[in-house]
Design a binder for this molecule. Sequence first.
Ligand code: IPE
Ligand code: IPE
Ligand code: MG
Length: 247
Amino acid sequence: MADGAEKTLAKAIVGGPRHVAIIMDGNGRWAQARGRPRLFGHHAGARRVRDIVSSCPDLGVEYLTIFAFSTENWKRTQTEVSGLMNLFRRYIMKEMQALLRENVRVRFIGDRPRLDEKLRDLMDEAEEFTRHCTGLNLTIALNYGGRDEVSRATKRLAQDVAAGRLSPDDVDEETLPKYLDTCVLPDPDLVIRTSGEARISNFLLWQSAYAEYEFVDTLWPDFTPEIFTGLLCAYGARDRRFGAVSA
Ligand code: IPE
Ligand code: IPE
Ligand code: MG
């Protein structure tokens, strides 16, 4: 790499995003293009997660939130849904040691009661085992939907109001996010979606109000740390104004 390019890269990553959220899309099409079943693509996609997770510390990313299964994905065939649930169970069991070694703190967001008990236990274990980790904060959105999350949050908020623990006058932009699944996380700075679709599909609706977006054509199983780095550099060159006027 030429000296100048190296400097630009370092500078861009210094000004890079602290929290990146990724809609990992395109596994099905990746498999179909190879004449294989959709689950083959999901397995290939799961392997990609490791590379991206490992690349985060060097790139200055402190929080990575990945969309693994949406509240709408239950509409898929039973074969695909149960294959995905098996994959999630196996993934957590298999990756736990590696994540611990890499000092990754794991959290899950989404509606848990609908998931099977074995998977829920593994999710609890992963969160517990990595509670002391101080490296990357990896959040996996599993049975997650932004509208579902806001509805569940509002229900709990309403319960607090009904019980006299919260005054309606105190409900504002600071209070509501405390009830969201993401209450301990900062808002995402950059949301990436792979596979060429330019939509957010119910991901982090409240939290992404001022996020920057990158939609890339690459299918998730082909997404590499190099492509990821390029997107982080592009982020560094953006001017986030939050409604104000730049200096
Ligand atoms: C994303 O890949 C993974 C999940 C939604 C679980 P898809 O399965 O949506 O892949 P495409 O969009 O059909 O190619
Ligand atoms: C979004 O992808 C959900 C995940 C990546 C887990 P989808 O493939 O489900 O989204 P749509 O259906 O194309 O909007
Ligand atoms: Mg898709």
